[in-house]
Design a protein around this ligand. Structure first.
Ligand SMILES: *Cc1c(COP(=O)(O)O)cnc(C)c1O
Length: 425
């Protein structure tokens, strides 16, 4: 038994499924998850001491590379002064200001401890601020695990959704309308039928939780127009794309301005931080100013905030995003070439430091199209890469992440491994 297998078996005794977040369990690819003992720059090491090139990056946060000395020092310096106070600190204001300075759509921001908390709170705020109940979300977009968001499309167009998790009563999701990503006509129709009662649309403006899916031209613009026309709020869930797709997230890339934005992942630099923010006239509805309740014992935690500030500082340096996007593009272009040479049906796409790998003819535009890819081929590819020391996301429905430490040598090594992996398919 490898040490990973040993640890996994032992973990399963005390932790359901041996993991604290389900995708880590390798259920969709089979095999044993690697238990990570250490990470540095673009590499991680497992419990057997094997080294991997890491394209998981903690699902996004590790954008400056693992254990960046400046981030680690900021955490150490903060920790020495106490771990948590339950009273305000200057660091929270500095992080809020850093976010506001970078994202012009945000006038005020509240810090929380996870992406789930951020989206759940933003939706409550949208409902409280508009006095409306219904929300629109899109199939395949993930916004954390709040009850009203664990829902898939019902059988007919514009029927309300069905819970995707046991423990969520149908009544809890009856106000959630689930539509296909990139289907603007369906959104328009939903507003025609329910416009007076739709509080908000929540959308991943580039989706990263059903593999990587970009918005069709005009999709985000159309959502903006409909929300404005019907008095609903547009929420960009940039928990993944914020400071990852580009220096101003997708709102910067698209020029479409949301009313509210949710953030997490990168803004914590590897520590638990989330945030939701937007127009001041909407944010004023949050307690203690307004009637929408929201709170958190560890919100704005000083150690987490220090990690976030140090990370944002590095991201602000000249050329950071140009380099990140160029390396990510080298990776996906190289993979596409290797697949073609091996005769494997494959394509790939990227934005900033995120990428998608698709075992199908063309780049998908919806959840249905991603589902229609060759999942078995992905599994073979995944394990062939893992064996050669390349750690990809363990599911065909996840995006991948590149850090500033993925240099040319690391990309070349990845492509050499991919050549063999494609041959195995
Ligand atoms: C990761 C993610 C979340 C949930 O964040 P957690 O910190 O895991 O709760 C929400 N929305 C999007 C778009 C995400 O990628």
């Amino acid at each position: 038994m490898s040490r990973n297998e040993e640890l996994f078996a032992r973990a399963a005794q005390s932790i359901p499924g041996g993991v604290n977040s389900p995708v880590r369990a390798f259920r969709s690819v089979g095999g044993t998850p690697r238990f990570i003992s250490k990470a540095r720059d673009a590499h991680i090491w497992d419990a057997d001491g094997k080294q991997y090139i890491d394209y998981l990056g903690s699902w996004g946060p590790a954008i400056v590379g693992h254990a960046h000395p400046e981030v680690v020092k900021a955490v150490q310096d903060a920790a020495v002064n106490g771990l948590s106070f339950g009273a305000p600190t200057e660091g929270e204001t500095l992080l809020a200001e850093a976010i506001i300075k970078r994202l012009p759509s945000i006038e005020q921001v509240r810090l929380v401890s996870s992406g789930t908390e951020a989206t759940m709170s933003a939706i409550r705020l949208a409902r409280g601020a508009t006095g409306r109940a219904k929300i629109i979300k899109f199939e395949g977009c993930y916004h954390g695990h709040a009850d009203s968001l664990l829902v898939k499309a019902g059988s007919g167009l514009l029927t309300f959704g069905n819970p995707t998790s046991a423990g969520v009563p149908p009544e809890f999701v009856k106000h959630t309308i689930v539509l296909d990503y990139n289907d603007l006509d369906a959104v328009s129709e939903a507003f025609k039928q329910h416009g007076d009662d739709i509080a908000c649309i929540i959308v991943e403006p580039i989706a990263g939780n059903m593999n990587l899916i970009k918005p069709a031209p005009g999709f985000l613009e159309g959502l903006r127009e409909l929300c404005t026309q019907y008095g609903a709020l547009l929420i960009f869930d940039e928990v993944m794309t914020g400071f990852r797709a580009g220096p101003q997230g997708v709102q910067g890339l698209s020029g479409v301005t949301p009313d509210l934005t949710t953030l997490a992942k990168v803004i914590g630099g590897g520590m638990p931080v989330g945030a939701f923010g937007g127009r001041a006239d909407v944010m004023k509805h949050i307690a203690p100013l307004g009637a929408v309740y929201q709170a958190g014992t560890l919100s704005g935690n000083p150690v987490s905030v220090a990690a976030g500030l140090a990370t944002l500082d590095i991201l602000g340096r000249p050329g950071f995003y140009e380099n990140l996007a160029a390396q990510t593009k080298k990776l996906v272009d190289g993979l596409s070439e290797r697949a073609k040479a091996a005769g494997v049906t494959f394509c790939a796409d990227s934005v900033g430091g995120m990428f998608g790998l698709y075992f199908r003819e063309s780049i998908p535009t919806s959840f249905a199209e991603v589902s229609d890819s060759n999942i078995d081929a992905f599994k073979v590819f995944f394990h062939a890469m893992l064996n050669q020391g390349v750690h990809l996301a363990p599911s065909a429905f996840e995006a991948g992440f590149v850090s500033a430490k993925h240099d040319d040598a690391i990309i070349a090594q990845t492509l050499d491994a991919a050549e063999k992996a494609f041959a195995a398919i």
